[in-house]
Write a protein that binds this ligand. Structure first.
Ligand code: DGJ
Length: 742
């Protein structure tokens, strides 16, 4: 160990140990009897630095670019000449309520004796390496007066610059304690100004961005909907520092909660002009009791920071998601034909046989049977009936899904099915048989969202029912290759018969019940692709996506709208997870619709036999073209070239890891006279010294491209000068394939 002097007001002599484990350094300091411990949590480019001070209070002293000399992190606090904060707690790593704290807490506890105070002091920490790229830091905190212990977890994904943070709260008192607040994470950031990009929405209007400067006080993003929680707001956000970050410049932090239930994220600009971000499960109506010896583990809050703008931050998240979060993120996906918009509830076996043939002739992998295939006492012929009665409707499917499964196999395609297993229709046999399984207030009028109610997943019997519902589909149709899991209703009148006098645990236990079912399904069916749908994009988060291969961004499939919706999702989720279907929404030509759907996982939801011969041929060819570029889209790096919110053309490209192949999508988003792409778009992510040819693909039969596919460009030229896809009102959608010339 090498003693070095660190300039700080304590004038402590610091001792540091060399790197303990990938991503973490321990620096300890002695000062009289007290000890200062500095814990830098390092990723490839950044460091989050925690420090236990002489009083053993754990503070977050820095989050930003990492230093080459780790012991110097201790000097950072001295560079700030901010006013006295009266508490010494403004930058607490996990702010406890009820003692000296004056700001928003991360944790608030009522002890067995009714006392509301909590004070958390550093006890110890430990790092475990979980792989080449992944380490886990645990920091133990303890209240010196009450027997409440908290462990803070920091899981570091070194290469991706991502940290996941969560807490575990343990009651070691003799009696029961109540957690009034139990956040996952508490960040502290310093800049001159902070710019929040947040999202709001509604059905068919997901991911609408708003960007504003944060002012002093608290701005809260939250949801209290219980299920379909992102209907009005997802938990993902960005914060830019000093000015709104650009695509390739500026400092920006992305974050989101891995939780499919109520969340709350507070952004507090404190009296010293620092930004405190506190995120976790929403404590709304949810004081959570812990008996002696019990603990609660909160969901992870993920975050990443980039000094190189939004593009790099989003590539960090997309890589991390594919490597670690989304089920089979590095695998393959199935293209499909879905019947929802083609038939709605009105189909029979003859119609479905035709659609299976259409699936084959279109050239996609799978036929997805949507809503309407089930229930007999109250047949599912509209959205008013049948949810919960998951047996095939005998009129529509007299031979059941087993026969559809066989027919699909005979036709050389795969078969998938829609289900909404968390829900129940008031008109259903399930509701009559198990009214106590339904979430509703016993003495109040029922209130419906899409004419339905939610089942009580806090109840293990309901969990079993949902698991067996899914299991029975696979038992009946062993070739079943895909599930679309829908969730259309929010929770009104939150009340669980099962929870009795523990109603305040309802919202948390619901989500844990859902995750238990999904875990069981995945234990038995580890790889079958499942789409996470919620009346559109009502439930898209990394808590759920560990069980799903893809999500449904929105029922709004108007391609013009989708360009904007998919653009915003892409900041937080990789293209491989975005299910994009070609439908009849919107006024754009078929080519435009298909081109937009290609920027993710392609599917169709149109009546194939109503297409003209030319459109049909074009669609078949488009599927083949997509098959040729889909690996680049799914597994490559994404670069945004032209923002549809600031110009008339949207341009996005994907490049494979070797920088040899790419694909560039360009769309006109403003059809006023003369709009188009008068100037080139600078390509990104290529190799400056490689040479490339660019060729327009997916042309509509009979149309010719003006793009010279024989011309050779250097990567240097394409990235400094750019390429003009010549978008205009008669070429409103242009896809360009980029291939290295060897
Ligand atoms: C909502 C989904 O978002 C749609 O794609 C469709 O599956 C319907 N539910 C079916 O009820």
């Amino acid at each position: 160990m090498v003693p070095i002097i660190i300039p700080n007001t304590l004038k402590v002599k610091n001792l540091f140990t060399p790197l303990l484990s990938f991503g973490f350094t321990l620096i300890s300091a002695t000062f009289a009897q007290a000890q200062v411990v500095t814990i830098p949590v390092e990723t490839a480019h950044n460091a989050l630095v925690l420090q236990s001070n002489v009083a053993k209070q754990l503070n977050a002293i820095y989050y930003g670019k990492k230093l080459s000399n780790a012991p110097e992190y201790s000097a950072i606090p001295d560079t700030y000449k901010q006013a006295e904060d009266y508490t010494g707690l403004y930058n607490a790593a996990y702010t406890a309520a009820g003692s000296r704290n004056l700001l928003e807490p991360a944790i608030a506890v009522t002890h067995a004796d009714g006392n509301n105070s909590l004070d958390l002091r550093y006890v110890s920490h430990e790092v475990t390496k979980q792989g080449d790229d992944v380490s886990l830091l645990r920091i133990e905190l303890k209240d010196p007066v009450y027997a409440t212990n908290v462990t803070l977890y920091y899981k570091v994904y070194y290469k991706e610059d991502i940290i996941e943070q969560w807490s575990e709260i343990r009651n070691t008192e003799k009696g029961t304690i109540t957690l009034q607040k139990f956040a996952s994470a508490n960040l502290n950031l310093k800049a001159n100004s902070y710019w929040l990009r947040q999202y709001h929405g509604d059905w068919a209007r997901e991911m609408q961005p708003e960007e504003t400067q944060l002012t002093h006080g608290i701005k809260t993003l939250d949801t209290k909907l219980g299920t379909r929680i992102n209907l009005f707001m997802p938990s993902v956000f960005m914060v830019s520092f000093d000015k709104p970050a650009g695509e390739d410049e500026g400092k920006v932090l992305y974050g989101g909660l891995e939780w499919s239930g109520n969340f709350k994220t507070d952004f507090e600009v404190d009296p010293q002009n620092n930004l405190r971000i506190i995120s976790g499960i929403n404590n709304y109506a949810s004081p959570y009791e812990l008996k002696s010896g019990e603990s609660l583990t909160t969901p992870a809050f993920w975050y990443t920071m980039s000094d190189m703008g939004k593009g790099e931050a989003s590539r960090n998240v997309q890589n991390w998601a594919r490597d670690y979060k989304i089920l089979d993120g590095k695998g393959q996906r199935l293209t499909l034909l879905n019947n929802w918009e083609a038939t709605y509830f009105d189909f029979n076996e003859t119609r479905l046989s035709g659609l299976l043939k259409d699936t084959k002739s279109l050239g996609v992998d799978l036929f997805l049977l949507d809503d309407g295939w089930f229930a007999n006492k109250y047949p599912r012929n509209s959205d008013h009936t049948g949810l919960g009665d998951w047996e095939e409707n005998r009129t529509k499917l007299p031979h059941g899904i087993a026969s559809l499964d066989k027919e699909a196999q005979a036709d050389g395609v795969k078969f998938g099915i829609w289900i909404e297993p968390e829900m129940v229709s008031p008109k259903s046999a399930l509701y009559s048989k198990h009214p106590d399984w339904v979430i509703k207030q016993p003495q109040r009028e029922e209130y419906y969202y899409r004419n339905q109610l939610v089942l009580d997943l806090t109840n293990t019997q309901v969990q079993d029912f949902v698991f067996h519902t899914i299991d029975s589909l696979f038992i009946k149709a062993p070739g079943l290759a895909y599930i679309k899991w829908d969730c259309n209703a929010v929770i009104y009148n939150a009340y669980s018969v099962h929870l009795k006098n523990k109603q305040s645990q309802f919202y948390v236990d619901y989500v844990n019940g859902l995750y238990k079912v999904l875990k069981r399904i995945r234990a038995k069916y580890p790889t079958v692709p499942m789409m996470l749908c919620s009346g559109g994009g009502g439930r898209v988060d990394y808590g759920a996506l560990q069980y799903f291969t893809e999500y449904w961004p929105s029922d709004n499939t108007d391609p013009l709208e989708r360009i904007f919706i998919q653009w915003e999702y892409s900041y937080f989720y990789p293209a491989i997870a975005s299910s994009n279907h070609v439908t009849d929404w919107g006024k754009q030509p078929l080519k435009y619709r298909i081109d937009v759907a290609m920027m993710g996982k392609l599917g169709f939801d149109i009546v194939i036999d109503k297409l003209s011969a030319a459109d049909r041929k074009f669609s078949q060819d488009a599927v083949k073209i997509y098959d040729g570029v889909k690996q680049i889209i799914w597994h490559g790096d994404q670069y945004r070239l032209a923002d549809p919110r600031t110009g008339s053309v949207a341009s996005v490209m994907y490049v494979d890891a070797s920088k040899s192949s790419g694909v560039m999508f360009n769309y006109l988003v403003n059809s006023r006279y003369g709009e188009g792409s008068p100037t080139p778009f600078k390509l990104k992510g290529l190799d400056a010294v490689k040479r490339y040819k660019l060729q327009e693909i997916n042309l509509y039969p009979g149309s010719k491209s003006g793009i010279d596919s024989e011309r050779v460009y250097s990567g240097d030229f394409l990235m400094k000068i750019g390429f003009n896809p010549a978008v205009n009102t008669s070429r409103s959608s242009v896809i360009v394939q980029i291939n290295e010339v060897k």
